[in-house]
Design a protein around this ligand. Structure first.
Ligand code: FE2
Ligand code: FE2
Length: 148
């Protein structure tokens, strides 16, 4: 089992407090698994539950901001959950212990999703924020008018 910790890095931040807090928590849970602080199936089950909750939070946000790539993003979430829970169900059904590489794989998968997929909507939010700011500066329009 890997014994290193991957520290949170501000490069992972999407700039939305609630989402960044959930991302930090996910990384912390994955680190705990990798360090063997939390053993076994029950904890992986908790990670998957938290992941589902996080994905729902994120999808609600993406709907609110009318993110153009929401469909593809939702599909990524769905595939992620299916992949992890399928793997986990297979192990549980075969009464096999969690393989040593599973925590590390789960952690890499979480970091990859945050830094590659989630970062795309962070960029989009930055663009609409700046457009809104510019509009307000130039035309004195309130932000909600632009975002709505
Ligand atoms: Fe996320
Ligand atoms: Fe996401």
């Amino acid at each position: 089992m890997k014994s290193n910790i991957i520290e949170w890095d501000n490069r992972y931040a999407v700039g939305i407090e609630k989402i960044d807090a959930q991302h930090r928590e996910l990384l912390k849970m994955a680190n705990d698994l990798c360090l063997g602080r939390r053993e076994g199936g029950a904890f992986i089950h908790n990670v998957v539950s938290f992941l589902r909750y996080h994905f729902l939070t994120e999808e609600e946000l993406l709907e609110n901001i009318k993110y153009p790539d929401i469909k593809a993003h939702k599909r990524q979430h769905h595939n992620f959950i299916m992949e992890i829970s399928d793997r986990f169900d297979q192990l549980a059904a075969a009464r096999q212990p969690i393989p040593q590489n599973l925590p590390g794989h789960l952690r890499s998968r979480i970091i990859a999703h945050i830094s590659l997929i989630d970062k795309k909507y962070a960029t989009y939010i930055n663009i609409i924020d700046h457009s809104a700011e510019r509009r307000i500066r130039e035309q004195g329009l309130p932000t909600e008018l632009f975002l709505g």
